[in-house]
Design a protein around this ligand. Sequence first.
Ligand SMILES: Nc1ncnc2c1ncn2[C@@H]1O[C@H](COP(=O)(O)OP(=O)(O)OP(=O)(O)O)[C@@H](O)[C@H]1O
Length: 597
Amino acid sequence: MVTGTVPRVSNTFQVDLRGIVDLLSHHLYASPRVYVRELLQNAVDAITAVGPEHSGVISVVSSDGTRDGTLRIDDNGIGLTEAQVHELLATIGRSSKRDELGFARHEFLGQFGIGLLSCFLVADEIHVHTRREGAAPVLWTGFSDGRYTVRAGDEREPGTTVTLLPRRGAEHYLTGETVTELARTYGSLLPFTVTVDGRKVTAGTVPWELPTESRLSYAERTLGFRPFDVIELNVPAAGLTGAAFVLPTPVNPASRGGHRVYLKRMLLSETVEGLLPEWAFFARCVVDSTELRPTASREALYDDGMLAETREAIADQLRGWLVRLSATDPRRLGEFLSIHHLGVKALALHDDEMLRLVEQWYPMQTNMGEVTLAEFRARHGVLRYAATADEFRQLAGVAAAQDMGLINGGYVYDAELIQRLAAIDAEVRAERLDPTDLTTRFTTVDAEAELQMRPFLAAAQRRLDRLGCEVVVRAFDPVTTPALYLVSRAAAFHDEFTASRDQADDLWGGVLDALSRTVPTDRPQLVLNHRNPLVRRVAALGDAELAGLAVESLYGQALLLGHHPIRPADAALLTTSFLGLLDRAVPDGGNAGEETR
Ligand SMILES: Nc1ncnc2c1ncn2[C@@H]1O[C@H](COP(=O)(O)OP(=O)(O)OP(=O)(O)O)[C@@H](O)[C@H]1O
């Protein structure tokens, strides 16, 4: 049986270099500027390959120095033999920096075998003049259309010189100013001497090993702020050292401030994300790691288990700094918290240690001034709090007059933190104060007084019925407060509910009506203070109309005092009662005229 006529052949892929260069320039690398990084990286790896004792020197001469438009970079690294030139420079994706199994070798920066190609983003021709110790010098010339030649090179010391002949329109990438800036950006922390046109661009030391004042000015220069503090970072598993610079001003927690990350002392990027957990938005890091891996573009960190572990370890060190600060310098911790409380509180929501720190050191607003939760508990036993800023405003003064401490839980996270503290510690008691809980703490008036007031109360109730408010009389402090308007949680819900019912169309209104039977009906209360002399006088008034006006005014004043929303009906009542009282207070025109005479 005939199975086929096409003979079986084995071929290899052909690569179109133009396609690859296009891929690199438009899709892999963000900008042609990376060519300087790739050249520096190859020179560093070649020096590393000689051995640890070798003192490496890399010198770059820009087109200002060569004066013929080309750029040259020299290294005294290991160089290449002719055979290696054929093998490594002529095959895309071939690298000397992988082991037998194809894994990136630990000591080198490069691994993909494509870096040199990035030079075609700015050059038409690349010359590599190289010599390995004990071998003959070789000159390799590569063209952007994919051709290359190899011939014997001129005599030279061991090492490599790469020369770039500029591509039309890319000449500016090779000038002294650009090359110096790029070499400094990418290579200033390299452990060898790098010069551009004879001037050194390497710093000699990493910023986190500098003395304190120099660290601060480093941050000002490179990060743009004078840090509140500098925290040293050390994660041995990731071969990571560095520093976290604490921002001196509050930042929006959602702002994505990136970090400056170096890999084996070569800058990866100034805007790396994912190095810190989200809550640590108050710090900007500058770190160097030997173990974290770059993505192929070398512009971000590869998101793997090592990065996750590193993030955790850095988070621990930031947390440790905060805890240490609380033990050694609480005043400074206080300053830190006043700047970055949002981040710390967010962290405390799921971190017990941070929660304790907030409890001990973060002053919350209470009706007895600003105090920490720990102090509050020592004074009042129970962490009694109002869940919203509005409730706090309603209740703060009255609770204070009764010597009842009350925390404003209305700021971001505060109520949740109080609840969480009670949840993790059986000794901590937390209690949300509902406005109507206060009335149960008010003293009822004695039976005789109440009997006397009954007709007045009934009349007052009739005046306020249409506003959905219940009038009661209690005795409470402060004496100076004549009336309070108290809305319970259920009543507040009921109010919202009726408001939506009023605006709804028939169909939806029907649904809401059916639901309303399940909504609790307790009404807001106007609590008149029997201890207040004015209230007593109003209650004793023989003039029912005047008493009614007075009750309406007290209602309006209580609404304003508690920062309650003023509905149109309330606003109308405020106006009519005010004008009514004014009318009663000011004698009529004829009399007034006589009196001023
Ligand atoms: N200055 C140099 N000295 C010695 N060898 C070099 C030099 N530049 C390049 N080479 C050789 O050429 C090979 C290919 O270099 P290339 O920059 O394309 O890739 P790489 O550095 O191996 O990996 P990556 O793409 O991650 O940078 C290198 O593996 C290295 O062996």
